[in-house]
Design a protein around this ligand. Structure first.
Ligand code: FBP
Length: 549
């Protein structure tokens, strides 16, 4: 395959490892843990993997010779930059344990395990993918591993290949699957460990011991580059308002980080909208107010960042979506057999009056997007809802009204963008290349120490890589009970934007000025070679959260 000049140069990049991982390690156990909420229920559902201690790796003063081990790996869910480095770190780690160890990749996500589709990942294959973006080395998928039949079917192939440990690289839902699988294999004495790795560009899989999920750094840098470019364009022609939707299915971490990096005129934060119980009309009024204020200074241009998950955080919409989820889950077959017009009527007739009115008031296109198929985890596919167009249309209408009332005199011409796929497979930044390699290598250490139901954890990330601290945390520690597909299920608690946290407070303190003045920052493209202060900086979210800045 022909490679670009950058690809060739990047292939030679040697990711940095924390000091403790440069050699043989010893696992130091911390205190027993408990789940973040619903302790009794989670303990009851995970009797074999609940309450385990945190683990930290330290250098082993008395290294021992390891035995060959066969390991399986799965990439699960949406792509995130650095997945290939997790796999190459894992590969190098198990080869370090013993050179006869083998790594098998299950193809196209968890489905590959169940359907027995796999490939042995040998050194020449791994070398092709080091420091590259994408998940194409083995592909990814969103099959939910939840049924005992799937676990048993998976075990058949794990036994056939003599695989003793399975690494699941995924987001909150996929790591929930990992915990369920770990519990089941432990219960039946299958002899297969399960280890999770925190992946998602959304940045919502984090807690005190998982400081960030991988991919967030690169993706937000890519989006911030393009937002900066758009801002420079609109500051040059001064004639468009750009409505930019950013991925992040639930949490607004991506939008917030991009806002901190680029200083747009408006950035909505879903968590704030929910906390303030804001309606769609109030959001529209706020944006229209900023547009009108800038128009007074002759600035008929600007940027509005819209988090992808916004709609689900507007309380009235949230109630509507929750009821829609239950109705659609309970009547899937009947609903699918109806024509689009009948489906609309069916929904309006079957919803409670308040939700029915909210549904009927939405533009038909958006209303329809709310009833599209859920993903296998029961989530609304928010990336398919064109919130940026919905908002700009409503702002346009509001401004027209304000014009009639003599409250607005400007021009309002709009452009729409959706940035998501542009960043999910970018070549990992130095941060993500190092972090991912360390997460994968660290997973091999967790396997070697014999644990199961743990997530690979590398922390102290605002420090140089050599000072990073590595270890593992029991996945059950991150769990609580949530309603999914109409049922209460144990799931990893999502980390939403903390409105009392530093990143949000920094943003909130400056947004008034950004709205009226033109304070754009143009971050430019990710730099892979050059001084550390240009190439190795973690996200501002991490810096504000962890440093006294
Ligand atoms: P994960 O949570 O699986 O990492 O996926 C994140 C994400 O990129 C979201 O930001 C987005 O809503 C979703 O995936 C889109 O997924 P798909 O491309 O499968 O529709």
């Amino acid at each position: 395959m022909k490679k670009s000049a950058l690809q060739k140069a990047r292939a030679a990049y040697q990711p940095k490892l924390p000091y403790a991982l440069k050699g043989s390690v010893v696992a130091v156990e911390g205190n027993p843990t408990q789940s973040v909420a619903d302790q009794e229920e989670i303990k009851h559902l995970f009797p074999n993997t609940y309450g385990l201690p945190e683990i930290t790796f330290e250098k082993n003063p008395n290294p021992t010779v390891g035995k060959p081990i066969n390991v399986g790996v799965i990439l699960s869910g949406g792509q995130a930059p650095g997945g290939h480095n997790v796999i190459s770190g894992l590969f190098d780690g198990i080869k370090k344990i013993h050179r006869d160890s083998k790594l098998y990749g299950f193809l196209m996500g968890p489905g590959g395990l169940v359907d027995h589709n796999y490939v042995e990942l040998t050194a020449p294959i791994i070398d092709e993918y080091r420091n590259t973006g994408g998940f194409d080395i083995i592909g990814s998928g969103r099959t939910k591993l939840e049924k005992v039949e799937q676990f048993d079917k998976g075990l058949e192939i794990l036994k056939d290949l003599n695989i003793k440990a399975l690494v699941i690289i995924g987001g909150d839902d996929s790591n929930t699957n990992a915990a369920v699988l770990a519990e089941y294999y432990k219960k039946i004495g299958a002899g297969v460990q399960v280890i999770g790795v925190p992946k998602t560009i959304d940045g919502d899989l984090k807690n005190s011991l998982i400081e960030t999920s991988f991919g967030f750094d690169t993706a937000t840098k890519v989006y911030s580059e393009v937002i900066g470019n758009i801002q420079r364009d609109c500051n040059s022609s001064k004639k468009y308002w750009h409505f930019i939707k950013l991925m992040g299915r639930s949490a607004s971490h991506i939008a917030l980080e991009c806002a901190l990096q680029t200083q747009p005129n408006v950035c909505l934060i879903s968590e704030e909208v929910e906390a303030n119980n804001q309606t769609l009309d109030q959001i529209v009024e706020y944006i229209a107010g900023v547009v009108a204020r800038r128009a007074e200074d002759g600035n008929n241009f600007g940027t509005v960042l819209v988090p992808e998950g916004l709609i689900e955080f507007i309380p009235a919409m949230k109630r509507l979506i929750a009821e829609l989820n239950d109705i659609l889950a309970a009547n899937a077959t009947q609903f699918a057999s109806l024509s689009p017009a009948e489906q609309r009527e069916y929904i309006i007739k079957n919803l409670t009056p308040e939700n029915s009115a909210a549904y009927a008031s939405l533009p038909e296109g958006v209303a329809r997007q709310l009833t599209l198929d859920r993903d296998p985890h029961g989530n609304v596919q928010v990336s398919l809802i064109e919130t940026e167009k919905l908002l700009s249309e409503m702002v346009g209408r509001k401004l027209a009204k304000m014009k009639e009332e003599g409250k607005y005199k400007g021009k309002f011409a709009t452009m729409h963008h959706f940035f998501g796929y542009e960043g999910r497979c970018a070549a990992p930044s130095n941060f993500d290349a190092d972090y991912c390699y360390a997460l994968g290598y660290n997973a091999s250490c967790l396997i070697n120490s014999g644990v199961t139901g743990y997530m690979s954890s590398v922390r102290n990330l605002v420090k140089p890589a050599v000072q990073w601290v590595s270890g593992g945390i029991p996945i059950t520690m991150m769990m609580n009970m949530e309603r999914r597909n109409g049922e209460l299920k144990p799931v990893i608690q999502k980390a939403l934007v903390d409105l009392d946290g530093k990143p949000f407070k920094k943003f909130a303190a400056q947004r008034g000025q950004w709205a009226v003045e033109t304070c754009y920052i143009y971050p430019g493209p990710i730099q892979y070679f050059g001084p550390a202060e240009v190439c190795d900086q973690p996200t501002l979210t991490l810096q504000y959260e962890k440093l006294d800045k």
